[in-house]
Design a protein around this ligand. Structure first.
Ligand SMILES: [Cu+2]
Length: 313
């Protein structure tokens, strides 16, 4: 349904969660516009009608006017109560996840989103979902406050370290929508983007099947997949380009200078420590912004990553 202010909103791709928000947004904007026009006209008219007409033109003493005062109190009260009731019911709807919702876990950290599915499938910065089915995204943060926002679905919620939060939505059609982090979280906050990819239900099942069951291959191959899935390449390049962190190119065996001036030859133990507790030894010229992978990667996974890093020359 076309409304005057629809152009201000992105496409509504999840009516079950977006309709109420859009309705209320339009109502508030329309009421504000009507009031703006009414007040402006009244102001201009009064300025003209009650302007000082002669030297001895004096304002009469008016103590009060019951009708006027009650009107300008009750009308806004009614408007505000409508906004409250509408907003409250919309909020309840956003909090009440349908029973048959499909659950996906999301983890936010500087500066990526990881998604984990029921069968072990994992994705980085891509949330795959089936169309026409309610989806519940259960979220957690590994470091600081982030916020998960999908404008097309009108859902947004803080992602808080040490606590689970959630959003739900139901995308009706296949396609893509953007996910923003909307809580300032450091240097690359504005690059903390991801997207939702909505599949036909059977296509989604196929995708899930194909990506489930854990990582396959030799340690080097598994290490390469882990580096991609864990978002290391957001900060570390493979080709020598300096990004937020040092490049992985030629990392094995090189002499790294630490911020305290000491030098270290990159070996297994140093890489392991750098992944689990990056703050222990900070490379000179870089900020201590890498989120610790402690509790996130197993010993075997770290070994695979080390084997892979050895191969980047
Ligand atoms: Cu963030």
């Amino acid at each position: 349904m076309g409304r005057l202010f629809d152009f201000m909103l992105p496409d509504n791709k999840s009516p079950l969660t977006a309709d109420s928000t859009d309705g209320l947004f339009n109502f508030i904007t329309e009421v504000s516009l009507i009031m703006l026009i009414g007040i402006t006209i009244a102001m201009i008219y009064f300025a003209y009608k009650y302007k000082r007409k002669s030297e001895d033109d004096k304002t009469p003493v008016i103590t009060h006017n019951n009708t006027l005062e009650i009107t300008w109190s009750v009308v806004p009260l009614i408007l505000v109560m409508i906004v409250f009731g509408w907003g409250y019911s919309g909020w309840l709807n956003l909090r009440a996840v349908p029973n048959d919702a499909y659950e996906i876990h999301a983890t936010g950290y500087k500066w990526n989103w990881n998604f984990n599915y029921e069968n072990g499938a994992q994705t980085l910065n891509e949330l795959h979902v089936p169309a026409g089915r309610p989806i519940k995204v259960v979220m957690q943060s590994r470091d600081v406050l982030h916020s998960f926002f999908i404008p097309d679905y009108r859902v947004k919620h803080d992602v808080v370290p040490g606590r689970y939060t959630y959003v739900w939505f139901q995308a009706e059609e296949t396609g893509e929508s953007i996910i923003f982090c909307t809580e300032y979280c450091g240097t690359s906050h504005s690059d903390m983007l991801a997207k939702v990819i909505v599949h036909e239900p059977d296509e989604f099942e196929e995708w899930l099947e194909l990506n489930g069951g854990g990582l396959q291959g030799s340690p080097v191959e598994i290490g390469e997949q882990l580096v991609q899935l864990q978002g290391c390449q957001t900060c570390h390049s493979m080709d020598g380009t300096q990004m937020i962190g040092p490049s992985f190119k030629g990392i094995w065996g090189r002499e790294a200078v630490m911020s305290d001036g000491s030098t270290i030859v990159v070996d297994e133990n140093y890489i392991r420590e750098s992944i689990l507790y990056p703050g222990e030894k900070v490379v000179d010229g870089y900020d201590n912004v890498m989120t610790p992978y402690e509790g996130r990667l197993s010993d075997d996974e770290i070994t695979s990553i080390i084997e892979y890093l050895k191969t980047i020359e």
